[in-house]
Every structure is written in C-alpha cells, then in structure tokens.
Design a protein around this ligand. Sequence first.
Ligand code: FO1
Length: 308
Amino acid sequence: MITALAGGVGAARFLQGLVQVLPPSEVTAIVNTGDDTLVHGLHVSPDLDTVTYTLAGAANDETGWGLAGETWTTMEALARLGGETWFNLGDRDLATHLYRTHRLADGAALSEVTGELARAWGVEIRILPVTDDRLSTRIQLRGGPEVAFQEYFVRLRHEVPVSGVRFDGAAVARPAPGVIDALEGARGIVVCPSNPVVSIDPLLAIDGVARVLGKRRDRIVGISPIVAGSALKGPADRLLRELGSEPSVTGVARWYTSWLGTLVIDEADAALAPAVEAEGVRCIVAPTVMGTPERVAALARVVLDALG
Ligand code: FO1
C-alpha cells in the first residue's frame, strides 16, 4: 500500500500517474479539508472533489477544479437575483455539493460520503478526508483582517500579502477512520506536489499525523511543488516567502525537514541538490513537471523507485 498526502490540483495530477504504475487498490490518498467551505448553505470540499473528478477523468483540465464541459445556468440565475457569485459552482458540480450536504445533514461522516462519491465516479483508489471533523484554514492578511481560505484564494485571487496561517478546529479534530492506519501500514508515503503551507500543513495539524510521519521518515518521499523558484500553480512560492522561508526547493526541504526522508526536485533545480541535502533531506533530481500522462507516470516511477 502506498499512502499519498494530497491537496488539490497538483496532487490529483500526480495520483493520475500513480495509478498508471500501481493498481488503484494499492493507493490511499489522505486529502486536505482545510479548504472546505459553505457556499449558499452547501458543503463544498474542493480538494476532495478535485482528486475525485481528476481520477474519474472528468475534471476541467484548464482550471484544474470543477468538471469538464460544465454549464453555469444556476450561477447566471443567481447573479440575476443579486446573489453572491464570486465562488463559481457549475450546474453539474452542484449535484455533488447537494448530495454531500444532504448526506452530512442525515448524519453521515464526510469520509463515508467521500467514499460514496468516489464509487459513483468509478474511482478505485481509497480517498480519505484527513478528518471528519471541522477543519478550516484561516489566512491572516498582512495589515488586514483574518479571512477564510476561499476568501483569500478565490475572492482575493491570492494576490494579497499574508502574515500568518492557522487551522481552526485542528486542536480538537480527530483523524478520519483509516487515516492513521494508512500512514502506519503503508509501504511508502508520498507527499504530492501540493502547497506545503495550505495543503500539507493542515494534514499535519490533525492529531497523530505528524507523530506517525516523524516515525516513518525513511519511508517518506515528497515531490517539490516549487520548480526554479516558482510554484507551477497557486501561491505556494509567495506563501513560503511571506512566512519566512524561501520559494525554492531548499525552502521546501526546510519546511518539511523534521519528517521528510527524500525530496524529488526538478532538473531545473539540479544545482540545489547539495543545499537540499544540507537540510538533512535526501535529494533526487528528475523531471517533475507533469506535462503529459507519460511524464506523470515516469515521475510516479521515480517516486516508487526511491521507496525501494
Ligand atoms: N477556484 C477559483 O479560482 N475560482 C472559483 O470560482 C472556484 C470555484 C470552485 C468550486 C468548486 C470547487 O470544488 C473548487 C472551486 N475552486 C475555485 C477551486 C478551489 O477553491 C481551489 O483551487 C482550492 O481550494 C485550492 O486547492
């Protein structure tokens, strides 16, 4: 069994590669829920849905989130009513949020609903939310208020400087059923090329997760989400800089130094391999930009080889 720590788009693409080289039944993804939000009273789980839709081959490849071939009739009707439309919910995507919200209101756990949605989409890997309890990433804007994650990410287009991040609810949230077992029992743990600050850190904030990772260091391989000093998508580079690290593979190694065994960095960063190793993290240089399915599968093979 391979267990992956996953955020949204970068993780979903990597998992697509992993299932090209491993039977899906041997893969568990533990997914961030700190981005979850209530929109018009509906429970939206962006990272869980991005992973599910991508593995189902149904994701919108341009945005990375939502469904391919989506229509927006409901949003247009909502705009006519003067409703809030900065967080876009496509007509078909809405069915997922209606289903999830209804099942949660009926008393189902988020992990159960996630399994039901994955099965409905024919996704064979096991997708686990890191917790069934409330977890809410909060962003402290520099010189401004603290806002909910989606307000920072979508409404403010992550264009504003940040001075802090916290994971509301993490102190009392319990790991979802199966999460700790999946980390303790895995042959290897993969840290997907996700944002270290707002996708991977929320997972570590959940009781027991960091403790298990600390014990399994030599079985953990990560892929840097930073290539040549920039994030391929999203604000990981800026967040690392704003929160006192650096937007480089060295900064990523330093961020994860207490538990990461190996970091895979892109060929563009080969010169920084000694600096990564100086952080106490073994370094492997390989093509990491996931441009084609073949390249993603090759990256997955590099990671599996690193795990021995
Ligand atoms: N991202 C956007 O940039 N704009 C949107 O309007 C938007 C809507 C949306 C709806 C459902 C969903 O599952 C994801 C959505 N996202 C949107 C993406 C998402 O908010 C972020 O990419 C993740 O939270 C970061 O991993």
